[in-house]
Write a new protein. Sequence first.
Length: 133
Amino acid sequence: MTTELFWLTLSALTVALLWIPYVLNRVTLQGVLGTMQNPHKDDPQPSPWASRAKNAHGVAIENFPIFATLILIVNQLGISNQLTIAASMLYFFGMLAHYILYSLGVPYLRTIAFAVAGFGVEVVLALTALGIL
């Protein structure tokens, strides 16, 4: 397994687990059985941090396929260098930072974390795959 695929795997696992905190908030508000029922308009509103965590998880879900595709393309092309390794690691830590900062309600830093991890890393990987970097 390449280092890039290692970071892709950790990123996939993280995205797969990010739903847990906001669902636990529902459990504290509605109990286990209430959480397992279909959502209803009369359900208690989630805590603000839980709503932000759910939004951050949505961002991670939307962004992950782009990152994964680019890592798989780079891997298929046999490209693995310091730039692709650093980019794949930066994606993982940047998106994790985005999730944490968004959940905590830190506005500017979360945007910077996403811009670097989400957009910046993907541009670097795409330009590398195209042979421009």
